[in-house]
Design a protein around this ligand. Structure first.
Ligand code: 5GP
Ligand code: ZN
Length: 139
């Protein structure tokens, strides 16, 4: 969809720290991570939200979240994980292209979506660590 930032990122037209890519999805590091390792699963096709998401894409996104969660657990010193997905402004959705948040959690560290920060180098290193763990797990 024209003027959708996540369409452009998913298509590779805007650079991102990509952890994983296949025909249906691109997985990127969140630019303002709620915690170290915060990833976003973006479908390559534009669906505004969960209500619009075809069943097969919804299923595939959740299965991919599981693979990423396991990889993140190997790659990072995390203690827990949140899977979060906002639908509509009232629910906190700020980018109107469906995306699933995969958020590693650390004991005693609070999180608030959209309010964190990380350097480009930190994002690149985290993406590389998780990508390597994913490849290792699935080799
Ligand atoms: P929402 O509030 O819509 O569920 O989440 C949007 C998320 O996208 C936020 O966590 C925000 O930090 C992230 N985000 C917004 N714009 C960009 C961007 O251009 N690149 C990346 N990597 N993340 C973004
Ligand atoms: Zn889009």
């Amino acid at each position: 969809m024209a003027d959708c930032i996540f369409c452009k990122i998913a298509a590779g037209e805007i650079a991102s720290h990509t952890v994983y890519e296949d025909a249906l999805f691109r997985v990127i590091m969140d630019l303002n991570p709620a915690s170290p390792g915060h990833m976003l699963i973006l479908p390559k096709a534009h669906y505004q939200d969960f209500f619009e998401l075809p069943n097969e894409v919804a299923s595939a996104a959740m299965l991919l979240a599981k693979r990423l969660a396991l990889a993140a657990k190997k790659a990072l010193p995390m203690d827990g994980l949140n899977i979060v997905q906002n639908n509509g402004k009232a629910a906190g959705q700020s980018v109107m292209h469906y995306h699933l948040h995969v958020v590693p959690r650390y004991q005693g560290v609070a999180f608030k979506l959209g309010e964190g920060s990380a350097t480009q180098q930190e994002l690149a290193e985290q993406a590389e660590c998780i990508r390597a763990a994913l490849e290792e797990a699935e080799r």
